[in-house]
Design a protein around this ligand. Structure first.
Ligand SMILES: *[C@@H]1O[C@H](CO)[C@@H](O)[C@H](O)[C@H]1NC(C)=O
Ligand SMILES: *[C@@H]1O[C@H](CO)[C@@H](O)[C@H](O)[C@H]1NC(C)=O
Ligand SMILES: *[C@@H]1O[C@H](CO)[C@@H](O)[C@H](O)[C@H]1NC(C)=O
Length: 389
């Protein structure tokens, strides 16, 4: 029943032979691009151009000024509470950076789901999803998710504050979506990236002396996975996309947030200081052939930074599931007079069964990386987000 409402989600991808953005927003992440490692203010966000940005605070004071009474009502809406155990008075620098990125992401998610609920509630064109029980099922889920994301953000900021670290504040955001199906597909994709990046967070906490956060983050990974299963079900996909979810790395998550959603210059400089990560150059990826369930050559597009790119000096790397990253050579490189560069690389779907989320990155050198972190460290442009069922 739900599926009938949103049956068109993503199906167009398999039917189209023309090059097009792959996915809803994140897959087609070309946005005019910023130079690699550029200051956040130079990151364009053309996908949301002309849109009135989403601004905080919410009417309940979130994120910075939530009263005890407001917190209680967020908890009721979230069907549960913030953890009530004692918080640590000190954490490592790695933990502080990790929690800061988590807060940065969760505040964005609150913005997204708040906007989505408003659009559905107000029957904004493109967000009319019928009436009665079905609409209510979707709204009930999203209303809980929105409050749960508020608690994720407040929880991360609460740990930072207890440990004497600066908390993360809100930026202004735009969303590259204009209908319900696109918004749900985008939610599934950014949740997939979160699910990959929280693996990195677990690894950090397990190895930096703050292993008390491992169970906490484990509980959040499961929670985000439940959300993802719901979004995927709305998309007519099986709820559990892969046996082992795709690994990501913090620079990919932080870059995607800034490339796609954050209004340039709208975040506090202090927040960026707490998140010592690069903002990579934007990468867009398009299928060249029709049909996604097969190996094929993909076209990539970047906006060059400084020196001209040379095909033999860069590679495309794909990260999928918990497998070793796959490196592919680049061919057909062409640079237009405006610095927009396109090139092709093989996508070995059949060889590696690249279902679910694949993170594509354009790296310096010829690759052969053994971890997602190593790929991120060598990345010039990325992430390109490819979603196959
Ligand atoms: C916080 O909320 C209180 C009461 O809701 C209000 O009086 C105060 O101005 C707010 N402070 C900030 C910094 O927004
Ligand atoms: C809500 O609707 C507005 C107007 O169409 C749109 O710009 C915005 O992206 C939508 N929000 C979401 C989360 O899709
Ligand atoms: C990648 O590294 C592995 C061992 O780490 C090696 O066996 C393999 O030949 C390398 N592949 C390439 C293309 O260099």
């Amino acid at each position: 029943m739900l599926n009938a409402i949103v049956a068109s989600a993503l199906l167009g991808l398999t039917a189209s032979a023309a090059p097009q953005n792959w996915g809803h927003g994140w897959g087609g992440s070309w946005n005019g691009g910023s130079p690699s490692y550029a200051a956040p203010t130079s990151t364009a966000s053309a996908t949301g151009a002309g849109q009135t940005p989403f601004t905080f605070p919410l009417s309940n004071g979130f994120p910075a000024n939530v009263s005890a009474a407001a917190l209680t009502s967020i908890e009721r809406q979230a069907h549960g509470t913030l953890p009530n155990g004692p918080l640590p008075s000190a954490i490592s620098d790695t933990s502080a950076a990790t929690l800061s990125l988590i807060a940065f992401n969760e505040i964005f998610e609150v913005a997204f789901f708040t906007s989505l609920i408003q659009n559905i509630t107000n029957n904004v064109a493109g967000y009319e999803i019928g009436s009665g029980a079905v609409r209510q099922v979707v709204l009930n889920a999203l209303i809980a998710i929105q409050a749960q994301e508020e608690l994720h953000a407040l929880g991360a900021n609460g740990i930072l504050a207890a440990a004497g670290r600066p908390t993360i504040s809100a930026c202004k955001y735009v969303f590259p979506t204009s209908d319900f199906d696109g918004a749900i597909a985008l939610a599934a994709t950014f949740t997939d990236v979160v699910l990959g990046t929280l693996q990195d967070a677990l690894n950090n906490f397990a190895t930096d002396g703050d292993s008390e956060f491992v169970p906490l983050i484990g509980s959040v990974i499961g929670q985000e996975g439940e959300q993802d299963g719901f979004f995927r079900n709305l998309e007519n996909k099986i709820p559990s996309q892969l046996p082992f979810l795709t690994r990501s790395a913090a620079p990919f998550a932080f870059s995607a947030l800034n490339q796609l959603f954050v209004v340039p210059g709208s975040c506090s400089a202090a927040d960026f200081k707490q998140i010592p990560l690069p903002i990579l150059g934007a990468l867009s990826v398009s299928p060249l052939a029709s049909g996604v369930h097969k190996s094929q050559t993909l076209m990539f597009k970047v906006k060059e930074m400084g020196a001209a790119l040379v095909a033999s000096e860069i590679s495309v790397v794909y990260i999928n599931q918990q497998n070793l990253p796959v490196t592919e050579a680049v061919s057909g490189l062409q640079t237009a007079s405006d610095g927009t560069t396109t090139f092709n690389a093989y996508f070995p779907f059949d060889e590696y069964l690249l279902e679910g989320l694949t993170i594509a990155a354009v790296v310096k050198g010829t690759g052969n990386f053994t971890s997602a972190d190593a790929v991120a460290s060598a990345t010039l442009f990325g992430p390109g987000l490819i979603e196959i069922d």
